[in-house]
Design a protein around this ligand. Structure first.
Ligand SMILES: Cc1cc2nc3c(=O)[nH]c(=O)nc-3n(C[C@H](O)[C@H](O)[C@H](O)COP(=O)(O)O)c2cc1C
Length: 314
């Protein structure tokens, strides 16, 4: 009998499959729909202080390999999600993870404080939205980020904190950020957000697919899996003795992908573009495929293979 359960901080999840932030986690019907699917927890769309409409359309495009988005964080504001969480919790026993992003240091603190006193189980702090014009990602500002992480920690002492980070493409950056996570006592890290500043060109019309930000947007979907896996494996090797957990996200489409992320050190995984493309059935399909792979390999729990990727030649 295979056991897929996992603990994120002290929060129990029946399986490691979670919707990625931004995908069906904005209001009660979407949250319940995601909770009723074969998910282990539900992750809310990133919330900001004020309600936002997001960017102009077209702001999303997808094909088999890629998806490109510049949604611009449309959301009803954090107070709405704090208000509905007790009602959501009467309808489902699944843990609720919120996501927040501040447009200033003070806004991050206000949001962390408010969610600390709310009914959510875990807070994912989004340091890495690539789609707000004129607002650089906090996660690439290596002087600002450690101060911000520590302040978030102080503002939310009672909830597990996960940092949602972008891809880092240089090991020196990864080392700096791993130290910041340890120093600021975050419980976890979510890797990776959309690959910002990406461009897809429609050669037929000679136009961009996306309207905001001069056509530049965040890349997601199957094509970004190797970058996500590299970040998960890279951070796992720096964090494995610290107790800091990892949620892997980026291009996960099937049970085999889930297996690979856990093998590279992920404690749980998030599914974004594949949830948009395949609907709620994607979670049951992934769960069944993962169970089949584990049965074939003789594994009975995720701990049997988590982080146990072998290097060719060893
Ligand atoms: C339409 C869309 C909206 C998104 N909105 C958010 C968001 O609000 N907050 C966030 O942290 N990430 C957001 N993301 C990024 C996803 O959470 C995830 O990191 C990324 O899509 C990579 O996973 P995937 O390849 O499975 O889609 C969004 C992605 C998409 C496609």
């Amino acid at each position: 009998m295979v056991d897929l359960s996992v603990k994120l901080a002290k929060v129990h999840l029946p399986n490691p499959l979670i919707n990625a932030s931004g995908i069906y986690g904005s209001d009660i019907p979407d949250i319940i729909k995601t909770a009723e699917a074969k998910t282990g927890a539900v992750l809310y769309k990133t919330t900001t202080i004020e309600e936002r409409n997001g960017n102009k359309v077209p702001r999303y495009w997808q094909d088999e390999l890629f998806a490109l988005n510049s949604i611009g964080l449309p959301n009803k504001g954090y107070k709405y999600l704090i208000q509905i969480t007790p009602e959501v919790k009467q309808k489902t026993t699944k843990p609720m993870i919120t996501s927040l992003l501040g447009f200033s240091f003070e806004e991050y603190i206000t949001l962390c404080k408010a969610y600390n006193d709310s009914a959510v189980d875990i807070i994912e702090v989004n340091f890495s939205c690539p789609n707000i014009e004129g607002k650089p990602q906090a996660a690439y500002n290596f002087e600002y980020l450690p101060k911000l992480m520590k302040a978030c920690r102080e503002a939310a002492p009672d909830k597990p904190l996960f940092a949602k980070l972008p891809a880092y493409l240089d090991p020196s950056q990864r080392k700096m950020v791993a130290k910041m996570l340890i120093d600021s006592k975050f419980q976890g890290v979510t890797l990776i957000n959309s690959l910002g500043e990406s461009l897809l060109v429609n050669a037929k019309t000679e136009k961009t697919y996306i309207r905001p930000n001069n056509g530049l947007a965040g890349l997601t979907g199957k094509a970004i899996k190797p970058v996500a896996l590299g970040n998960v494996w890279g951070f796992y090797n720096l964090l494995k003795d610290s107790g800091i957990q990892i949620m892997g996200v980026g291009g996960i489409e099937c049970g085999l992908d889930v297996f690979e992320f856990i093998l590279c050190g992920a404690d749980a995984v998030q599914i974004g573009t594949a949830y948009i493309r395949q609907g709620t059935a994607v979670f049951e399909k992934m769960e069944n495929e993962l169970i089949q792979i584990m049965n074939e390999k003789g594994y009975t729990s995720l701990n049997d293979f988590r982080g146990k990727l072998k290097i060719w030649g060893d």
